[in-house]
Ligand binder design. Structure first.
Ligand code: C2E
Ligand code: CA
Ligand code: CA
Ligand code: CA
Length: 276
């Protein structure tokens, strides 16, 4: 090493040091991204399993980094949660999604993902109400997707929050159903409108060797007993589509009907109605 102190660390651990610096850079880049409109929202259609009519679109956030290119939300959402930027990003996604959805026929809904961190913010219901009133979107056309993660600590606040959100008149969906660690007991208490069956169950489920079909059948049965709809996520092949349809899933989402697309394309598809 040339010198003692900070320089030494760099000399002996160049990779570690570089990774930490890279992360710091990404953090500050993400703050800039929000201001400079490097974030955008794409929309993935959800269709009725029997009629194949478009029933709604899920809003999914994208980050086009000026140097690194597209960065997946799987990477930058956790980062935004850690650095306290998720509330702002989440509100921006919600607003952008509702601004688009008002242009669609009124039978077409919009779904927005909520991070468990957003769910802890007391201001959430008033933010949602403000966005709905600013954009003019009817509450019943908005669906918020939450994951089982919010029930991990099973605290009373979660149930209060759910009550406040439902009181607005919107719909609640349980995302990535079956992948979390929580027990099923919260299903008794929470008035979900829909459960979304994770694509890890759907993909390959049409393989006769796979046990996924049994799991999907059980989830659909549970949902229908509790008067909830089911969406099969990540349907890519005709065999998977036939299977989830036969198992009674009400809605289907997946590349077979459309990848997440820019707002203009979603508007065209929403107006057209059905996917042929
Ligand atoms: P998710 O909410 O489960 O969203 C579904 C993901 O599966 C999306 O990935 C979508 O592009 C992908 N997908 C849909 N159909 C298919 C298919 O047929 N095959 C395959 N292989 N994939 C399919 P994406 O957009 O990369 O988002 C990943 C995750 O990032 C989301 O999972 C969600 O947890 C999170 N996310 C995305 N946007 C937001 C957001 O605005 N807010 C929050 N809090 N999280 C978001
Ligand atoms: Ca989702
Ligand atoms: Ca999901
Ligand atoms: Ca997922």
């Amino acid at each position: 090493a040339k010198a003692a102190g900070k320089g030494c660390f760099r000399f002996f651990e160049p990779e570690m040091h570089e990774a930490a610096r890279e992360r710091q850079r990404l953090e500050s880049d993400l703050r800039v991204a929000l201001e400079k409109e490097q974030l955008r929202v794409v929309f993935q259609p959800s269709v009725d399993a029997s009629s194949e009519a478009v029933t709604g679109f899920e809003a999914l956030v994208r980050w086009d980094h000026p140097e690194h290119g597209p960065i997946s939300p799987v990477q930058f959402i956790p980062l935004a949660e850690e650095i306290g930027l998720i509330n702002e990003i989440g509100e921006w996604v919600l607003r952008t999604a509702c601004e688009e959805a008002v242009k669609w026929p009124s039978s077409v809904n919009v779904a927005v993902n909520l991070s468990p961190v957003q769910f802890k913010a007391h201001a959430l219901p008033s933010i949602v109400r403000a966005v709905l009133s600013d954009t003019g979107l009817s509450a019943k056309r908005l669906e918020l997707e939450i994951t089982e993660g919010v029930f991990l600590n099973n605290d009373e606040h979660v149930h209060e929050m759910i009550g406040s959100l439902k009181a607005i008149g919107l719909k609640l969906a349980l995302d990535d159903f079956g992948t979390g660690y929580s027990s099923l007991s919260y299903l008794q208490r929470v008035p979900f409108d829909k459960i979304k069956i994770d694509r890890s169950f759907v993909q390959g489920a049409s393989d006769p060797e796979s046990r996924n079909a049994s799991l999907i059948r059980a989830m659909v049965g549970l949902a229908s007993d509790l008067k909830m709809q089911t969406t099969a996520e990540g349907v890519e092949t005709q065999d998977e589509l036939t299977l989830v349809r036969n198992l009674g899933c009400s809605l289907v989402q997946g590349y077979i009907f459309g990848k997440p697309m820019p707002a203009e394309d979603a508007l065209a598809l929403a107006s057209e109605g059905a996917i042929i």
